[in-house]
Write a protein that binds this ligand. Sequence first.
Ligand code: PLP
Length: 431
Amino acid sequence: MAEVDVRRTSLESERMTAIAERFVPGGVNSNIRLGGPSVFFARGEGAWLWDVDGNDYVDYLLGQGPAFLGHAPADVLDAVDAACRSGMVYAAQHPLEIEAAELMCRAIGWAEMVRFGSSGTEVVQAALRLARAATDRREFVRFEGHYHGWLDNVLIDVGDDGPIAASEGQIADYLKDCHLLPWNDLDALADVLKRHGPNVAAVIMEPMMVNVGAIEPVSGYLEGVRRLCDEYGVVLIFDEIITGFRVAFGGAAARYGVAPDLATYGKAMAGSWPVAALAGSAELMGRFGTGAVNHSGTFNANVMAMAAIVATLRRLEDGTAYRKLDRVGGALMKGLRELADGASIPLHIQGLPMAFHASFGEDDVVDYRGLQAKDAAGYRAFARALFDCGVWVAPRGIWYVSTAHGEREVEVTLDRVGAALKRLQALNPRS
Ligand code: PLP
């Protein structure tokens, strides 16, 4: 194993953190970044990041998912650059948006129409509104551990007796519209729809629970959910903001062979460009077209976003990238398990090569509650040690792999993980 330098210096990041804390609340622009290492990145290329002090990192956070093609992918940059030189926003239609829409629908397969927005949070709201309009019902079903954005009706903590507001200032009354259930439990859904079906507009879920535990749907679950939604006239929404175009071309619906009525996309779809989409049947989506259901946005389908989607989907459509991800991500998962076994550390790895989860403890995480039982503080300390050794990961355990990761990155990563495990053991000799 190569010797691994721990972080050399952080003086410049510290200086910038002090300025950020003066002018930006908490020094960060998204609350999920609170409590992370005080680091400023200067540059990203492929699977790598460099901070302002010159330290390098192999990146497995990938901007929380969007850098699916690695950082600064040349084809996406060139396409965006070429397109935006002729104008950026028109408040009207332009040719690239029909190219992007057609490509998306063809890639997804089951969807007939698509609308573009800017963030996952907003297209989730468009999906829920559409479902309410189509069913003339108000309530929806969602699942423990699934994230659907930060707005009042979907931001939750899991309380003992149901969902609770997760933020001061949140209108907790909106949460009365949702039934919160454990995921991967068909009986729980059948029971709630039996009791409340006539009031339920939508069932919304991450079709693979990536945010928590990288948990795949158990065999027959998605098919069962589909059947129950049909039985009760409920709109099935897959929130594919993470899974879309990451777990397969066409997303989790394609990977698991179950079509929802509506699905949201973002992140991996556009080579890091900020854009999101809602796709669905013509029957449902057509309600936006008549003006009956409002979905608006100044930046919707802007030129840069459409160019980025077209370039990204063109890169992904022949399937080569997914085969590479299987190989590289698979080797990384195997290498991590072997390292941990060698050091007698119960580091548990589960999920898919392109999105897997690491935690301390022998067992599979099978649901949200299982994750709560894991040693989260221990893992956060490990994530911090990884950062110090040059591996950038989320403290909640998720590892994203990009199409830019290769054998060299895996090799360097495993060296650095080995060093981080040693650091951790030195800090806590009984671990
Ligand atoms: N839905 C899922 C499954 C997500 O993971 C996220 C963000 O991580 C969102 C919705 C919200 O997307 P955004 O952060 O773009 O608003």
